[in-house]
Design a protein around this ligand. Structure first.
Ligand code: SF4
Length: 332
């Protein structure tokens, strides 16, 4: 049984110049203990999709969906109190910039102990002991001293370790990691990714890894969902996405991984910019940037073609009778 199942999620934001259609009919399934990567450029709807599940969005957001079930609970009917409880207890969150997620006014120890007291009913002493244990679990150097420190006294990597400790504090079934290493330098990034991998193995927690970097996905995930302009354009196992990608946008993402085409190969950026989601185009949203775009691509959004039980793609090139192209996108 799926731990998380979302069908036809639509999220809009009402702003003064119109309505931004940030998420446009996303389906997402995460199994128990599974690691799923959601990849795409900034503004493609990957973070908004996950924040929609917990209703962690500003007041001008409107969320609609046909189905949203987490751990057997229908989240479309959950009260805000139930959602807060799920967020703290069953779903842990790791954000990109721990400095803006941690409270600068409280010590690390207090911030780690708080959810344990609220969600697990621990006494002050029990919560402190568990907080220390958690810092040891995330390999924090000198954990006892760190408990007494404030976030600004820690390095970026140490702050991210605190965020991870907070995310796993209550033994969640799912951890959502939203660009957890983007704000860190390369060596610390690798350490944090290793730590997330180790913890995932140890705790058997499902993980949704949101990132713009397919390189991060390759090392961590079992399945990948590629999003573009508020839609899922391709999804599959890591093997399918890396070895048999069938969407020109995925080809572009793969070509933009440093070192993917050899140590000295030039990075190939995807030309152009994503469409305006206040007035998204009627056809394939990638068409203005796609070197393979055909007339049909401008008039209607391609449906999903199932290439295997796990691999699906939304691109007319996969239709019967479509022109032959070199899969992998030599032309782009
Ligand atoms: Fe390119 Fe058309 Fe496929 Fe969109 S549907 S990615 S425009 S070929």
């Amino acid at each position: 049984m799926a731990l998380l199942e979302v069908k036809n999620l639509r999220t809009t934001f009402h702003i003064h110049v119109g309505t931004v259609q940030a998420v446009r009919g996303v389906d997402l399934t995460v199994g128990e203990g599974e690691t799923v990567g959601i990849v795409g450029e900034s503004g493609c709807g990957k973070s908004v999709s996950m924040m929609s599940i917990l209703h962690l969005l500003p007041k001008n957001a409107q969320i609609q969906c046909d189905k949203m079930v987490f751990d057997g609970m229908d989240l479309t009917r959950a009260t805000s109190q139930q959602l807060r409880h799920i967020e703290g207890d069953k779903i842990g969150m790791i954000f990109q910039d721990p400095m803006t997620s941690l409270n600068p006014l409280f010590t690390v120890g207090k911030q780690l102990a708080e959810p344990l007291r609220i969600h697990k009913g621990m006494s002050k002493a029990q919560a402190r002991e568990r907080a220390l244990e958690l810092l040891k679990t995330v390999n924090m150097p000198d954990p006892a001293s760190r408990l007494k420190q404030y976030p600004h006294e820690l390095s970026g990597g140490q702050r991210q370790r605190v965020m991870i400790a907070m995310a796993i504090a209550c033994g969640p079934k799912l951890v959502i990691a939203d660009e957890p290493t983007t704000a860190l330098d390369v060596t610390i990034q690798a350490q944090i990714l290793d730590l997330l991998g180790e913890l995932k193995e140890k705790l058997n927690t499902a993980v949704v890894m949101i990132t713009h970097d397919l390189g991060v996905i390759a090392g961590m995930c079992q399945r990948v969902v590629v999003m573009y302009a508020g839609k899922v354009v391709e999804e599959g196992t890591v093997r399918e996405l890396f070895y048999e990608p069938r969407h020109p946008y995925t080809w572009g993402l793969l070509r933009s991984i440093p070192g993917a085409a050899g140590a000295h190969a030039k990075l190939v950026p995807i030309p152009g910019t994503p469409p305006d989601l206040i007035a998204p185009p009627p056809g394939c949203p990638f068409a203005p940037r796609c070197p393979y775009a055909m007339n049909i691509c401008m008039s209607g959004m391609p449906g999903r073609t199932a290439l295997s039980e796990t691999h699906g793609v939304c691109c007319y090139l996969n239709d019967e009778g479509a022109p032959d192209v070199e899969w992998g996108g030599a032309k782009g």
